[in-house]
Design a protein around this ligand. Structure first.
Ligand SMILES: Cc1cc2nc3c(=O)[nH]c(=O)nc-3n(C[C@H](O)[C@H](O)[C@H](O)COP(=O)(O)O)c2cc1C
Length: 269
């Protein structure tokens, strides 16, 4: 076959394609376990950020693992009852929460008025992260939250104190909002505003809200209010609604109610 013939060119191109595909596929398969490990590491880091146990730039990956293992217990709960899920029903080790939200048998329908925007289903079982002190008592819990902003689904965590109402911290680790506008959900100053705010009023109703503008000393019910992100009312409303949904009766409400009762009647440790 002549080197400059069409069939020779096609043959070389085909062989090159096959070699490249094998290399790419091999790299994807070979690196999968490392990708999984990185994903798990990232989740741990984000739980620690919400829990207030992560100092940016100061902790190595091994230290993140050590802090997580020493202070955090991951528990899979049934959102409807707030109870821990029996491992005979679902094995927590292999449970993929995001995947579950797409499977009818592991999820439940959500309507737009519920507050999760265009999200149509949410998982029945969700991981919560108990943060314990040296005496083994629950100090706060970290809850996974998500919902729609303007352009994207925002995924994050909110930490709640053992009174089941005081916000310990919030973080969003994945979203596609505009940097400088909705993307300010990542801004440490804005996130710090959440610390100490109360999710519920004295009747146990969800009261937290993100207002348009700034909360000042004279703002009524300031303890339940968060400054809106300027120029990003749609993202701010999305965050308000998703937080209200996840701490409310259709989200972690039953779990938080149990936590409140346990703490009122003595810690379950
Ligand atoms: C390029 C572009 C990107 C925008 N990104 C966001 C965003 O991420 N989040 C958001 O709420 N609004 C965003 N907006 C603004 C919204 O369209 C809307 O004007 C805004 O949410 C209203 O908020 P305000 O009442 O605080 O001005 C963006 C606008 C433009 C032109």
């Amino acid at each position: 076959m002549a080197r400059d013939s069409i069939s020779h060119t096609l043959l070389v191109a085909t062989i090159l394609c096959i070699v490249c595909s094998v290399l790419v596929a091999g790299a994807a398969v070979g690196l999968r376990s490392r990708q999984e490990a990185n994903k798990e590491q990232d989740q741990k880091k984000n739980v620690l950020i919400a829990a207030g146990l992560f100092e940016k730039g100061k902790q190595t990956a091994d230290e993140v693992d050590a802090i997580f293992d020493a202070s955090i217990t991951r528990v899979l709960i049934d959102l409807e009852t707030g109870e821990q899920v029996d491992s005979d029903v679902v094995d927590p080790a292999s449970y993929d929460q995001r995947e579950a939200a797409r499977k009818p048998e592991f999820s439940t329908a959500v309507t737009p008025s519920d507050g999760l925007g265009g999200i149509k289903r949410r998982e029945k079982y969700a991981f919560i992260y108990e943060v314990k002190n040296d005496a083994g008592e629950i100090e706060r819990v970290v809850l996974p939250i998500y919902g729609k902003g303007l352009w994207s689904t925002l995924y994050g965590f909110i930490a709640v104190g053992n009174d089941a109402s005081t916000v310990g911290g919030i973080t969003f680790y994945q979203h596609g909002e505009t940097p400088g506008l909705g993307g300010e959900v990542d801004n440490p100053r804005w996130k710090s505003i959440w610390q100490g705010k109360q999710l519920f009023d004295e009747n146990g109703d969800v009261k937290i809200e993100v207002i348009k503008g700034t909360v000042v000393d004279t703002t009524t019910d300031a303890t339940h209010k968060i400054d809106g992100l300027s120029g990003a009312t749609i993202t701010s409303n999305g965050v308000e609604q998703l937080v209200q949904y996840w701490v409310g009766p259709d989200g972690f409400g039953p779990f938080l109610e149990k936590l409140r009762q346990n703490e009122a009647g003595g810690s379950r440790g």
